[in-house]
Write a protein that binds this ligand. Structure first.
Ligand SMILES: [Zn+2]
Length: 317
């Protein structure tokens, strides 16, 4: 059976079971994990009460464009929907030859605003640090950001795109132009690590590292968030206890399960290429918008400031 066939079969079984049992959790599991296009267009989330930081999307784009003096800038394409025509940008800070490449894919779910708002904040911080000669010669990352991954979702405060699809279930079939834009950058950049900022209903910040990602780097990122006084989640968005607060390390079993399911998430796509993914997750239940936005910035900076895997840390910079 194809991945799609298996997913459809499993969806039917779970949908039937959730009907019989009247189980909300199971029903939500089917909707959020196994249904690629559960929306009728870019609708708002009726299952959860997301606390929304203010976002003026046009000001957001203007802020990003204001960084063009400090970064390489490419418009990957534009997504038209209901009178709007929004860009997807590829913003890049290249590093010396041989530096590993990090790709941040931000805003796959347009209603997870802290994940979007973290990007101009991160880039502004990096732009303010004029790289010295010493720093430029020390090990560092070639940094790329694709933002926003889902412009229509961002404009309509929705998890979905204009056709009601969850892009994080489309990185297997690439039926949507937004997912193809991500694939375009992945193929051209050939990243060594992908970071995907998201938000969810869990009780604090956590980071999910796929089987191919470096667990030590993941631990450092979580430790940096904790050191800033930001609460770490004790349970994942599935309500499962995390072995270590704020950290979920996916072993080969989970990777194989997701592959078998044909989940079509960004993480499974990257695993198919042998590339690790960190998903950073802040809590959309929290009214502390600053901490939610900062948690992503801090986690990403902790990775950027670490000597990348395979590069011995120098004598400091
Ligand atoms: Zn998300």
């Amino acid at each position: 059976m194809s991945h799609n066939g298996r997913r459809i079969a499993l969806t039917l079984v779970l949908a039937l079971a959730s009907q019989l049992l009247g189980c909300r959790q199971l029903g939500l599991g089917v909707k959020y994990f196994l249904t690629p296009c559960a929306g009728n267009g870019p609708e708002r989330n009726a299952d959860f009460d997301l606390k929304l930081p203010p976002l003026d999307l046009d000001a957001f784009y203007a802020e990003l464009r204001g960084l063009q003096a400090n970064f390489e800038f490419e418009e990957l394409g534009r997504i038209r929907y209901q009178g709007r025509d929004d860009p997807q940008y590829w913003i890049r800070r290249p590093a010396p030859e041989g530096a590993p490449r990090m790709l941040i894919v931000a805003g796959v779910h347009g209603d997870e605003r802290a994940a979007l708002l973290a990007i101009p904040r991160l880039l502004a911080e990096l732009a303010d640090e004029s790289p010295t000669r010493e720093r430029a010669s020390s090990p560092s990352w070639d940094l790329s950001v694709l933002v926003p991954a889902n412009p229509v979702g961002a404009a309509h405060t929705s998890r979905y795109n204009g056709t009601g699809c969850d892009l994080n279930r489309d990185f297997g079939s690439f039926a949507n132009p937004e997912a193809r834009a991500v694939r375009n950058v992945v193929e051209r950049l050939d990243p060594d690590l992908v970071i995907a900022p998201h938000e969810g209903p869990q009780d604090g910040f956590f980071l999910i590292a796929t089987a191919d990602a470096d667990p030590e780097l993941a631990r450092r990122a979580v430790a940096a968030v904790a050191a800033a006084g930001i609460p770490l989640a004790r349970k994942s968005f599935l309500g499962l206890g995390l072995g270590s607060p704020g950290l979920s390390l996916e072993g080969p079993t989970i990777a194989a399960g997701k592959r078998a399911l044909g989940l079509g998430s960004l993480g499974t796509y990257m695993e198919s290429l042998g590339v690790g993914t960190f998903t950073t997750e802040s809590s959309w239940d929290s009214e502390d918008f600053e901490a939610r936005i900062d948690s992503h910035v801090i986690a990403i900076r902790a990775v950027l400031d670490s000597a990348p895997p395979g590069v011995s840390s120098g004598t400091g910079d």
